[in-house]
Design a protein around this ligand. Structure first.
Ligand code: TEU
Ligand code: CA
Length: 564
């Protein structure tokens, strides 16, 4: 396996709108990030993935771009961005920018032109179809609700939008579109950035003819993923991107790829032939959803440890020495990790540390989402009017109006699943608005628990989640086995403990994680022969006199041994 800096890095994801507001308008901004670089350096991360900061009318908080070569007014200026990049590089932190090129804003000049007339030179930058039987061209649902097609009154044709109607899908079949994208990528790369996170990059190739999706529900529109995820020309388009752009730079590229299996992921990230460094897979993000629901975020069910083990192990072994995994439990689209996979009540601290142990000891590049390092939790806003996310608002409407749920029941699901769980402001200290902003009302409310969950409290407590992350990151820098070691699941049938080993050139680690709020008996398998076991890290004090092969793990206990 080749050794590269991006395999050895730990990435920290910033959602700029919610990170730090430097000028009191209630919206996080680039200067706010600059102010906090020393904090991130203390944490020890190597790379920052910055969610979109480009010009945008903010229908989907920057994932609807109207100018790829300028900065969102609320966030700052291009000069401010240059200063931020320099500030990162001075501290040895690399910058990965978000690349959103499956779609543009409907306010992007290309689309403004395209909708002027059917023979406009930009018309073919997007995907247009006439009505079929007086209705939409096909039955695809938008991922954010309703039809994936919007009628353009002027021309009488529909345009395709997999997300909101203000996020118009680009026509990647058009070589001019690809050339434009490659050019804007070079523009940023030549400014010295260190890579891209590519938004829904496996959705850029649609099934030719755009056929109807199979009817799986009574809804008017059907999930069309079959016809736009991992489509027939994705690899070809990305190979071209690699040839013409990516291969010319030493960068980290991570594709956001909902609906990929390990075979797709290997094709995308194969050491020799793949176009990308790694991808985000989503299987473990669907563990707590009803597969029949119209959106994974419109339903909830308890998740099973056995399923988490099965999924993660399949990815660990599947990509093994051929591709490369990215490891994450949350991001700006997901609930908070400690609320979803841990316990955000009594065992918040212990379980947050256990989850951190999990992500840092899997094979792959770990991603930390802002606030995860202090154990920030989900929020339960009392009213739908407190929510801001366009997807959340649409799901609420659909659940209440089309599925007949009471507003209380709908809110209850969104308390667990809303993307706004991840988007409440970063909790810096116990002052008003958690030290995020001096505004009386930030763009979204802070989580009321900021008085005790905040950075300043974490920095003052040597036993905090923050310092545990710091230690994990240091350990990963010092122990190549954490990065490159071969993964093997052990004790697969244990109902509470997730146990695995990592092995590299005669070195071996044993990772034991009690994913439960009760004690669990750990009896190591006889086949696991070792003569000594040194504790590398753990989230509880050692228990003197304990048997080395058979012992009780405490609630949410995590331990890692170096085996001799
Ligand atoms: O998300 C894409 C995406 O498809 C998932 O988060 C999706 O909502 C989920 O798989 C459905 O279950 C990316 C961005 O991360 C997100 O913030 C944007 O809203 C979206 O693309 C559109 O650009
Ligand atoms: Ca601001």
């Amino acid at each position: 396996m080749q050794k590269t800096w991006w395999k050895e890095s730990v990435v920290y994801q910033i959602y700029p709108r919610s990170f730090k507001d430097s000028n009191g308008d209630g919206i996080g901004d680039l200067r706010g990030i600059l102010e906090k670089l020393d904090y991130l350096q203390t944490l020890g991360i190597n790379v920052i993935w910055l969610c979109p900061v480009y010009k945008s009318p903010n229908d989907d908080n920057g994932y609807d771009i109207s100018n790829y070569r300028d900065i969102m007014t609320e966030f700052g200026t291009l000069a401010g961005w240059e200063e931020l990049l320099a500030g990162m590089h001075q501290r040895g932190i690399r910058l990965v920018m978000d690349l959103v090129v499956n779609h543009t804003s409907d306010e992007h000049p290309w689309f403004v032109e395209a909708r002027k007339s059917k023979d406009n030179p930009y018309r073919d930058y997007y995907i247009w179809r006439p009505a079929k039987d007086g209705k939409e061209p096909n039955n695809w649902a938008s991922i954010f609700g309703g039809s994936a097609w919007q009628l353009d009154e002027a021309s009488g044709e529909y345009y395709l939008h997999l997300f909101t109607r203000k996020q118009v899908d680009l026509n990647w079949e058009n070589p001019k579109v690809r050339a434009e994208v490659f050019e804007l990528m070079r523009w940023w790369l030549d400014k010295g950035i260190d890579g891209f996170r590519m938004d829904v990059i496996n959705m850029i190739s649609k099934t030719p003819g755009l056929p109807d999706a199979p009817v799986v529900s009574a809804s008017r529109y059907q999930p069309g993923g079959l016809h736009y995820m991992n489509g027939p020309r994705v690899l070809e388009f990305l190979d071209q991107m690699k040839r013409e752009v990516l291969s010319k730079y030493d960068i980290l590229t991570v594709g956001e790829t909902p609906g990929v299996n390990t075979a797709h992921a290997i094709a995308l990230t194969d050491e020799n032939s793949g176009a990308l460094s790694m991808v985000f897979q989503f299987e473990h993000m669907d563990l707590d959803s009803d597969p029949a629901a119209f959106s994974s975020r419109a339903s909830k069910r308890p998740w099973q440890l056995s399923e988490l083990k099965e999924i993660m192990s399949r990815w660990q072994v599947g990509l093994g020495e051929r591709g490369w995994n990215s490891i994450y439990l949350t991001n700006h689209d997901q609930p908070r990790a400690v609320s979803r996979f841990g316990d955000d009540g009594q065992y918040r601290v212990q379980s947050a540390k256990l989850l951190a142990t999990f992500t840092h000891f899997q094979q792959g590049t770990p991603y930390i989402y802002e606030g995860e390092e202090i154990g920030m939790t989900n929020v339960a806003f009392p009213s739908i009017t407190d929510y801001r996310d366009v997807e959340t608002l649409n799901i609420f409407k659909e659940l209440v109006e089309d599925h007949g749920l009471t507003p209380e029941t709908a809110l209850n699901i969104l308390h667990a699943k809303s993307r706004d769980n991840a988007r409440t402001p970063m909790q810096w200290d116990a002052s008003p608005q958690a030290g995020f902003s001096s505004a009386a009302e930030p763009w979204i409310k802070v989580n009321p628990n900021y008085a005790h969950i905040n950075v300043s409290a974490a920095l003052a407590d040597p036993d905090s989640i923050f310092y545990y992350y710091q230690k994990l990151i240091q350990l990963r820098k010092a122990n190549p086995v954490m990065v490159y070691g071969r993964y093997e699941l052990i004790m697969a049938e244990h109902p509470e403990i997730y146990a695995f080993t990592r092995a590299l050139e005669g070195e071996r680690l044993l990772v034991l994680l009690n994913f439960s709020g009760s004690t669990a008996l750990c009896e190591l398998p006889a086949g696991l022969a070792f003569s000594s076991a040194e504790v590398l890290i753990g989230n509880y004090p050692a228990q003197p006199g304990e048997d080395a092969r058979s012992f009780v793990m405490r609630p949410w206990e995590a331990r890692v041994y170096r085996l001799g």
